[in-house]
Design a protein around this ligand. Structure first.
Ligand code: UD1
Length: 412
C-alpha cells in the first residue's frame, strides 16, 4: 500500500445531526456529510416526516419548515436502527413520535430501554403497540435527571435533543463521551441550546423555548480512518490517512504501535507504515470500551490484522454480546480463532497460510474486517453482501485502489 486516502465525514455524527434538523423549523446547512446508504436512509426518513433536502457535493441543506408526520416506519427502521434518533427531536418539537421498535440485529439484541426510560424522566409516556413505540409528552417537556447503566451513544444523543427544549434543567449522568456526541452538542449550541459538560460523562442542559437553524460541519469519521490505518498494517507499505482527527484515535494508535507499526501523527493526518520485509506484527490484546477506550466498531478490523501476528492475541468484546460474526468467515481464509464467551483468541499464523476465499459480509464492521483480511491474504478474496459495507464506508474500493490495493467492487 502506498499513497493517501482522505477520510469522509463521520456516519455516526451525520445521523444525529441530520435528525437534529427536525428540532426547529428552518433551513440548515451541514458540511462534510458522507454519501452512504445510512445517510441516504436518514434523509429519506426526514422526507417522510415532511422535510426537504438538497445535496451539493458533501454539503446537505435541509429545510424542516413544514413537518407533516411524526412516524418512522418499520421499512426504514429495520434497515437502520439509528432511525430511532428522530424520537428526541420530534418530542422536542411536536411532543409526539411514533417509531418502529428496532428488532435485534446481527451484533446483538440492542434494546432502546435507556432512551425510553430517559424520556420518561422528562415527562414522556411511551407504549408499545403493533411493533411501534408511541411516545407522547404529558403536559410539557420538563427537565429531569437521567442516568445510564452503560453509556449509550444514541440514547445520550436522543435525550439531548429532547432536553434542549424541556422546561428547566436536565442532568444526564454516565453520558456517552464519544466525539460524535460532542459534534451534536456543538450543533445544538449553534442552534441556541444551553449545554454544559461536552466531552464528559456529566451533561447539564438548560432548556430553551426557541431554537433556530444552524450551519455545521460533520467531524471526520474516526472508524473509517482507523480502518485504513489497520489496512496499512495488513497490506504493508506506507499510507497517509488525511482529513482525519488523530486525537479521536488514541486507543487504536497505541495498539498499532504496540503491535510494531510506525504511526506518525499530525494535526489532521496520520502516516501509518509497516515494513514489507515479512516481519510479522506482534500479538496485542484489546478490550472494547466506550470512548476513549478501544472502539467496538474497530474490533473486527483489528482482529483481521492480528491473524498473521507473532503470538496469541486476546480480543475482549464488552459492548455487544454477539459481535464475532466475522470469525467464521475469517476462518475460511485459514485464520486460527477460538471464541470463548465474549473473548476471541487469535493465534497468529504465517502469512503464507492466509489464503483468499469467497466470504460473506454479515454486518457493517465485519465487512470491513473481511476487506482487511483480504488485503493480508494471498490470492483473491471475494466478499458478497457488500451492501453492509456501503452503509458506512464512502467509496471504499475506489479509495483503496488509489493506494495500489487490488480491490474491485463488482455487482453484488
Ligand atoms: C452507537 C453507534 C455504533 C457503535 C455503538 C457503540 C451510532 C449511530 N451507532 O450505537 O456504531 O457500535 O454506539 O459504540 O452512533 N444499550 C441498552 N439499552 C439501550 C441502549 C443501549 O442496553 O437503550 C446497550 C447496548 O445493547 C450496548 C451498549 O448499551 O451493549 C452501548 O450501546 P449504544 O452506545 O447504545 O450503541 P448505539 O448507540 O446503538
Amino acid at each position: 500500500m502506498q499513497g493517501k486516502v482522505a477520510v469522509s465525514g463521520a456516519k455516526n455524527a451525520a445521523l444525529p445531526l441530520l435528525a437534529a434538523t427536525l428540532l426547529a423549523p428552518g433551513t440548515y446547512t451541514l458540511h462534510n456529510v458522507p454519501d452512504l446508504r445510512d445517510t441516504r436512509t436518514m434523509l429519506k426518513l426526514l422526507q417522510i416526516l415532511g422535510a426537504s433536502w438538497e445535496r451539493d457535493g458533501s454539503t446537505v441543506q435541509v429545510n424542516s419548515v413544514n413537518l407533516t408526520g411524526a412516524e418512522a416506519p418499520y421499512e426504514l427502521v429495520k434497515t437502520m436502527r439509528a432511525s430511532v434518533l428522530v424520537l428526541g427531536p420530534l418530542l422536542g418539537r411536536v411532543g409526539y413520535a411514533r417509531v418502529s421498535l428496532p428488532g435485534g440485529c446481527a451484533i446483538g439484541a440492542r434494546p432502546i430501554d435507556y432512551h425510553l426510560n430517559g424520556f420518561q424522566q422528562l415527562g414522556v409516556v411511551s407504549s408499545l403497540e403493533g411493533g411501534y413505540v408511541e411516545a407522547r409528552v404529558q403536559g410539557e417537556l420538563t427537565g429531569g435527571k437521567v442516568w445510564f447503566d452503560i453509556p449509550s451513544v444514541t440514547a445520550t444523543e436522543n435525550l439531548l435533543m429532547a432536553a434542549v427544549k424541556a422546561k428547566g434543567e436536565t442532568i444526564i449522568q454516565n453520558a456517552a463521551k464519544e466525539p460524535e456526541v460532542g459534534n451534536l452538542i456543538d450543533m445544538l449550541t449553534a442552534m441556541g441550546a444551553e449545554i454544559k459538560g461536552k466531552g464528559t460523562d456529566f451533561l447539564t442542559v438548560t432548556g430553551v423555548k426557541e431554537l433556530h437553524p444552524a450551519t455545521i460541519s460533520i467531524i471526520p469519521d474516526r472508524i473509517e480512518a482507523g480502518t485504513y490505518l489497520i489496512a496499512a498494517g495488513a497490506a504493508g507499505g506506507s499510507l497517509e490517512v488525511t482529513d482525519c482527527d488523530p486525537s479521536h484515535l488514541t486507543a487504536l494508535i497505541e495498539k498499532l504501535r504496540a503491535a510494531g507499526m510506525q504511526i506518525e501523527v499530525y494535526a489532521d493526518r496520520c502516516i501509518a507504515s509497516r515494513s514489507v520485509d515479512g516481519t510479522p506484527l506482534r500479538a496485542v490484546d484489546i478490550t472494547t470500551m466506550p470512548y476513549p477506550g478501544f472502539p467496538t466498531d474497530l474490533q473486527a478490523q483489528f482482529m483481521a490484522l492480528m491473524l498473521c501476528c507473532n503470538g496469541v492475541s486476546i480480543i475482549h468484546e464488552t459492548i455487544f454480546e454477539n459481535r464475532f460474526m466475522h470469525v467464521a468467515e475469517l476462518r475460511r481464509l485459514g485464520a486460527e480463532i477460538v471464541i470463548d464467551g465474549g473473548s476471541a483468541v487469535v493465534t497468529g499464523i504465517p502469512r503464507e497460510r492466509l489464503i483468499g476465499a469467497p466470504v460473506m459480509a454479515t454486518d457493517l464492521r465485519a465487512s470491513a474486517s473481511l476487506v482487511v483480511a483480504g488485503l493480508a491474504a494471498s490470492g483473491t478474496t471475494e466478499i458478497s453482501r457488500i451492501y453492509h459495507l456501503e452503509r458506512g464506508y464512502e467509496k471504499m474500493a475506489e479509495k483503496l485502489r488509489q493506494t495500489g490495493a487490488a480491490v474491485e467492487q463488482v455487482a453484488d
